[in-house]
Design a protein around this ligand. Structure first.
Ligand SMILES: *Cc1c(COP(=O)(O)O)cnc(C)c1O
Length: 354
């Protein structure tokens, strides 16, 4: 810390992302990226002509991209804003809708960025404990009297809420925002996007980072009522109008014409998840019912830290948190079938004490 750091931020604890090793010798199952490349048309969309155009600023509104997203969902462009990853859209939402008088609630175990943003922006927040089985008790969020942020499926548990549960939460909090972070929605849960047509307090976030194989491009969008999106745009235009760069807009548009590839890859990941879950069960692991591209697993004989360390020594990176309630668990991203077989073989060796 320098002597210049403002008093306001002197106690801020930044979010710690999963490791991104530069040497890449690891089988990387730690940050929920897709093991598959983006579809070919995304790659070929980056032409020399597009690169020459880098001298120009990108379209700040992302007009073409938003038009296409709107068509896909049968909604209006004014219901959509694009962002430099959903992390940025979360920041716009926290800035636009929360302050000292309008606080926010989210589960005690969820995406680690939510408390970081609340701290950064000086927003009071309540971390509502999940049940012992890590499910959300939705009665905690009925008439909550504050803004609500829920990841669905949740991270790092993978447990999903039903649409009717989300509807009850949105319905019972008409004076507050209900933000549903659907980073993992394409791996088996039901999207709340249709509900945004009915509930003017509901915002749904989607990212290209997981199911669209484009974590490195930094692209996400939020969907909600026109006034909510307008408020988020006020934040965006007060912070960074050109937030989504030109190449990312080009590639993201190309990606939307590849629904067959997208559906094939997410189906493969779901199948590989089911396979991995059944194999881990045979090895004595217990797991949450994950509807995401990762599993959250513990073994009765090993701590999470021990599994994490031993896997790392053997060239496999997973994620583990030294936090109460979840320190016995490892979170394992679903890779290709070959990667998961390597993971399962390594786990077997560890269990045998090899
Ligand atoms: C990965 C993740 C994000 C971040 O997504 P980006 O679009 O890459 O910023 C947001 N929310 C949850 C729950 C995530 O797991």
């Amino acid at each position: 810390m320098s002597k210049f750091l403002s008093q306001r931020h002197s106690t801020l604890k930044a979010y710690v992302p999963g490791e991104q090793p530069a040497d890449m010798q690891y089988i990387k199952l730690n940050t929920n990226e897709s093991p598959y490349p983006p579809p070919h048309s995304v790659i070929s969309s980056v032409t020399a002509d597009e690169i020459e155009k880098l001298r120009l600023y990108p379209n700040p509104d992302g007009t073409m991209l938003i038009k296409k997203i709107a068509e896909n969902y049968g909604i209006h462009p004014e219901n959509i804003i694009i962002g430099n990853g959903s992390d940025e859209l979360l920041a716009f939402a926290f800035l636009a809708f929360c302050d000292a008088e309008r606080s926010v609630a989210f589960p005690d175990i969820t995406y680690g960025f939510y408390p970081v943003y609340a701290e950064l922006y000086g927003i009071p927040y309540e971390q509502i404990p999940l049940r012992d089985d890590f499910s959300v008790d939705i009665s905690d969020y009925i008439d909550a009297g504050r803004n609500i942020v829920l990841a669905n499926p949740n991270a790092p548990t993978g447990i999903a809420l039903t649409l009717s549960e989300i509807e009850l939460i949105a319905q019972s909090n008409p004076e507050y925002i209900v933000l549903i972070d659907e980073a993992y929605i394409d791996f088996g849960a039901q999207s709340a996007i249709p509900l945004t047509q009915e509930y003017d307090n509901l915002i749904v976030l989607h990212t290209y980072s997981k199911s669209r194989s484009m974590a490195g491009a930094r692209m996400a969008y939020a969907i909600g009522s026109a006034p909510l999106i307008e408020d988020m745009n006020t934040m965006k235009y007060s912070f960074n109008p050109y937030n989504v760069n030109r190449l990312t807009q080009t590639m993201s548009l190309a990606a939307l014409n590849e629904e067959a590839y997208f559906n094939e890859k997410r189906r493969e990941i779901i199948e590989t998840r089911q396979y991995t879950v059944s194999q881990l069960k045979e090895l004595g692991f217990t797991m949450t019912d994950s509807k995401a591209n990762f599993i959250f697993a513990r073994h009765p004989k090993f701590s999470g830290a021990s599994l994490y360390m031993q896997l790392k020594e053997k060239g496999i990176l997973v994620r583990q948190w030294n936090k109460p309630r979840i320190s016995d668990y490892i979170r394992v991203t679903i890779g290709t079938p070959a990667q998961m077989d390597a993971f399962l073989n390594t786990i077997s060796e560890i269990l045998e004490g090899k």
